[in-house]
Design a protein around this ligand. Structure first.
Ligand SMILES: [Zn+2]
Length: 260
């Protein structure tokens, strides 16, 4: 199991790479997003060299606010085009795995239509990633994609689509944490995991691990049960970075302690 951190797109990327490596993390989850680390704001070669020099592995994260399920065709097309540029940039930086955020749509659009629009975009984006020797995975959040059934429709339509589990998102819009059901249904597609804490409800608080109500021992047990050995990104957002370092220690300790 490897533990990484996402860069803060407001901070100079080279400072972030240094901080992540200096503090003993295994990889950077490079987020390609405004205000400071969008694909047209960085030089891929320089970023790649800095990551290699730091001895870090890399996972690609694209901007969450690109609406791949928009019912306005011109906007959906533009979102796909922007994501293709993000994927290309991440490929140049050395990422083999890249995520896309599912678009939960709006209340007036039927669930069937939201799934259909997301599927149309994902089919294109998978091809783009594949042509660059990369894999594409989807991160779930709200709307239909907070539940397993709509996600299952995506995975059965797109055999190469990966699953990016966010344990904090699975704790929202639901009375129980859906990590367990997601792992039961989609562990064969699991490619990457995000950890942060919250108190359920609708607020994605990005708290340090252990600061909310998520039962981390049970989560780690469930991950171990499906044989997950891959990367975990700590998505703990605070200007006080000690919280990231402490979260890393807690996850490492639990990973050692929890037996299946
Ligand atoms: Zn996430």
């Amino acid at each position: 199991m490897l533990i990484g951190v996402m860069n803060d797109p407001r901070i100079d990327i080279f400072k972030e790479i240094d901080w992540i490596a200096t503090n003993g993390f295994d990889f950077i989850e490079l987020t390609v997003e405004p205000p400071g680390t969008y694909y047209n704001q960085l030089e891929a070669k320089k970023v790649r060299e800095a990551i290699e020099r730091a001895g870090l592995d890399i996972v690609g994260h694209t901007f969450f606010a690109l609406p791949i399920g928009s019912p306005v065709e011109g906007i959906r097309r533009a979102a796909c085009w922007e994501l293709e540029q993000c994927i290309e940039f991440l490929g140049e930086v050395g990422a083999k795995l890249v995520n896309v955020h599912l678009d939960g749509g709006t209340q007036l659009i039927s669930e069937k239509k939201i799934i259909e629009l997301n599927l149309a975009s994902l089919a294109e984006l998978i091809e783009k990633a594949k042509n660059l020797g990369m894999s594409l995975m989807v991160e779930h959040f709200r709307g239909p994609f907070a539940r397993p059934e709509p996600l299952a429709k995506l995975f059965s339509a797109l055999p190469e689509l990966g699953f990016h589990l966010d344990v904090a998102h699975a704790n929202l819009f639901s009375s129980t944490n859906r990590t367990f059901v997601f792992l039961e249904k989609f562990s064969d597609r699991l490619m990457h995991v995000h950890f942060s804490d919250n108190f359920g409800g609708t607020q994605d608080l990005h708290l340090p691990v252990g600061a909310g109500n998520i039962r981390w021992k049970d989560i780690i047990k469930a991950l171990k049960k499906v044989g997950y050995q891959g990367k975990i990104t700590l998505e703990v957002f605070s200007e006080y970075r000690q919280y990231l370092i402490e979260s890393k220690k807690i996850v490492e300790q639990l990973w050692q302690e929890v037996k299946i």
